[in-house]
Write a protein that binds this ligand. Sequence first.
Ligand SMILES: [Zn+2]
Length: 375
Amino acid sequence: MNTAFIYTDAYLDYDYGPTHPLRVIRLKLTYDLIKAYEILDLPSVQFIPTIKAEEKDLAAFHSEEYLNILKHANEGHLTGNAYSFGLGPGDNPIVPGLYNFSLLVTGATLQAVDFVADGKGGIAFNIAGGLHHAMRSRASGFCYINDPVIGIMRLLNRGKRVAYIDIDAHHGDGVQKAFYGTNRVLTISLHETGHTLFPGTGFEYEIGEGEGEGYSVNLPFPHETNDDVYVWAFEEIVPELIHAFQPDVVVTQLGVDTFYNDPLTNLHLSILGYERVLKRIKDLAPRWVALGGGGYNISNVARAWTLAWAVMNGVELKEDLPQSFSEEAEKMGVRERELRGPSGTPLHGQNEENRAEMERVVNYVKETVFPKVKG
Ligand SMILES: [Zn+2]
């Protein structure tokens, strides 16, 4: 099966600022590790340099007023009412180049979508994408433009049936909201409960409305959920829904902020749990548009997305990181010398309560959502 990897170093022209947790350098670090493992050189792999999206692509979802404010911000101009669009000091800073960055990220997602929809191959990966919190007229949670929504809309326009699976530690609220009233897109989000983490939504009772009732699915996990409980809940819900819904394309947001050593969140996954889920998604997806997402430990990001790309291509990597990568990466504070360990140590025990809570959630989803999707 042919695969595509979409990337450009031009992402690095944008910077959220020195104190912001989202560091764009993690994209370059991931690309460097994938290249060092020589898994862009496989005969089945197409490397596609990112091309910017066009303004009309963004306007398919976002309001004209909001896009104008982003364009002003791109030139370093502050517009008086930018605050009311979610922009300003903090999560969504107004930094020159932010509109260009958004055009690049969204462009890469559309290139991934077209690669798959054109039948050129089965899987395409845009590590820069997955900015799932952006709303129609509002920046949110480090996200200015919602590339997953724009990508899914293009797939719908091309007559495809789409399932969206979001495994970021944060609820995929922007994507859920965009498709809350339709049964043409099945959205499934697995995340830390909104009781303890931004954006404070994604409870199991959010199941869609009108024609979309049953087509929004949420699995909110308690603090310190480990691999065993997480993978168990995934297996109980996701495969059966995907089999029933029969999508043409599965779009995924592959955030890696679920790991126990992520600085912003409270879940306790290891890279092994992440790998198990990715392998299942590969089995389940007839075609797969894979997007990046959160992840604030840059060593985890580079290693987990490299592992993801290996899974997508069905190759096994040696555990020792390539020497050429380790030397460069150490300058950026990456001390790990192995692909999985030490983040590859699953945490067990202490999860009886979490298991009981997730049994309750899983049963709720089976009772409310399964009858709708399975007909
Ligand atoms: Zn996140």
